[in-house]
Write a protein that binds this ligand. Structure first.
Ligand code: IFM
Length: 467
């Protein structure tokens, strides 16, 4: 069992109260400012399947290692959106959302990571983008959601500083190809998760362990982001450029000096090692010693870029404890007594979202923010006579977080939209298909998409706020 799952599950088992009865869905959805963007997010590796892709990503390689994926599945088929994207677009249209965040599979368009593109990969993203536009849905394109070409991992991956140039070249290729139709570009999705889970704790691809690979992945992603932002800015002044981070309030598991310090270290490694370089051109003091050797003259100026938006992915707060044997002397701690959890054993706390938005407002200059992921996995009842899964717990979770977002706007946050994670149950990384976050269920045998009650509910929220 994985470290995060094990510790939080243990904690939840001992301390957390059983899930409370979900409240009924909002009868009158909250009103958001005109122009507020409602959307849904997905990622290439989790939905596309291989299709006719020639080259592996690091997740293909990782999933072949016995014991890495909970249900021993691989991303070979997932939702087969490579072939079935018209069904996804039809679902989006039925939802009434006006924005869709999806990502490019870097190895699909550049099998070697750099050099010669594969026209089939580029054609695929043309088709998806055109289908979205025809349906009246704005494409929000993310360049990197963890599926690095294996060919680049073989050259050192995020441990090799040269990757910053490879990434900027790849970004330019995509801008040349899709820049006439795509205006919103996110450079990265959750660089901290990729660095920590993939390069520090070994629970995600590429399965590396330790603070050194973690810090190198962090700094080189930051640098790559800075280079790509400059390249895309030079390409077009019409682009809206940003990036997406997983931001989580970090709290001490117990009110002990050692846990308070563990929380501060983890806050630096998880949140501020990505926010501070981008907005301030510095690393936080508690993270700096890890990257000092890697930072070359000029790096921080390249990383500190003006962005048009910050994407915030929010699910839960974190509770940390001191652990001399753990990464950076920290480890996940027990959740507060009575805190409800999702089936991921992640604590449910919508005020964590308002806390994050308030920090961005007060400490980082109140940037334009979009919540680019929020959602939940709960054990679901089987489909009822209507054929719909009645996922009231998900509806309750979404309603409470949308309501927290509404509070943040009232408090002055520059929040412009909210995207749900995710459209259809998909391949949830090391959890395989065992963790389902979709507004629609995936029938794994037929690959049919079956909307759940939350799909209808979210359609009503979007419709009530349509402008
Ligand atoms: O599925 C992931 C997604 O890829 C990144 N953010 C969190 C989601 C749920 O774990």
């Amino acid at each position: 069992m994985r470290r995060r799952t094990l510790l939080q599950a243990g904690a939840a088992g001992l301390l957390a109260a059983p899930l409370a009865e979900p409240k009924p869905a909002m009868a009158e959805p909250l009103r958001f400012p005109p122009g507020f963007v409602w959307g849904v997010s997905t990622s290439s590796c989790q939905i596309e399947g291989r299709g006719d892709r020639k080259a592996d990503s690091i997740w293909d390689t990782f999933a072949r290692i016995p014991g890495t994926i909970a249900d021993h599945t691989t991303p070979e088929i997932t939702c087969d959106s490579y072939h079935r994207y018209p069904e996804d677009v039809a679902l989006l249209k039925g939802l009434g959302v006006k924005a869709y965040r999806y990502s490019i599979s870097w190895p699909r368009v550049l099998p070697d990571g750099s050099g010669e593109p594969d026209p089939r990969g580029l054609d695929y993203y043309d088709r998806v983008t055109d289908a979205l536009l025809q349906a009246g849905i704005e494409p929000w394109l993310c360049l990197f959601h963890w599926d690095l070409p294996q060919a680049l991992q073989d050259r050192g991956g995020w441990g090799n500083r040269a990757i910053a140039g490879w990434f900027a070249d790849y970004a330019q290729l995509m801008a040349r190809r899709l820049g006439d139709r795509v205006r919103r570009w996110a450079m990265f999705n959750e660089p901290q998760v990729h660095a920590v889970m993939g390069h520090g704790l070994g629970e995600h691809a590429p399965g590396l362990h330790g603070s050194e690979p973690m810090a190198a992945a962090g700094h080189h992603q930051n640098l790559a982001q800075g280079r790509a932002l400059q390249a895309l800015r030079a390409h077009s002044d019409k682009f809206e450029l940003g990036t997406v981070m997983s931001l989580q309030p970090v709290r001490p598991a117990q009110n002990l000096a050692a846990d308070r310090e563990a929380a501060a270290i983890w806050d630096a490694a998880w949140n501020r090692a990505y926010l501070d370089p981008l907005f301030r051109g510095t690393y936080p003091a508690r993270f700096l010693p890890l990257v000092e050797k890697l930072v070359q003259p000029g790096d921080m100026a390249e990383i500190r870029q003006k962005i048009d938006f910050l994407g915030v992915n929010y699910y839960s707060p974190m509770f940390m404890r001191a652990d001399p044997a753990g990464l950076l002397g920290t480890n996940w701690g027990a959740l507060p007594v009575g805190m409800r959890t999702t089936a991921m054993t992640w604590g449910i706390d919508p005020t964590g979202l308002t806390d994050i938005l308030s920090e961005l407002r007060t400490q980082y200059g109140n940037p334009r923010v979009y919540i680019t992921e929020n959602g939940a996995f709960f054990r679901e009842p089987p489909a009822g006579p209507s054929g719909r899964i009645d996922d009231q717990e998900r509806i309750g979770y979404l309603r409470d977080h949308i309501s927290a977002a509404h509070h943040a706007i009232a408090a002055g946050s520059n929040l412009g939209g909210y995207f749900i994670w995710t459209l259809v149950d998909n391949w949830e990384w090391a959890h395989g298909f065992t963790a389902t976050f979709g507004l629609a269920q995936l029938d794994r045998a037929t690959l049919t998409r079956l909307p759940k009650a939350s799909y209808d509910w979210f359609a009503r929220v979007a419709a009530a706020n349509a402008v």
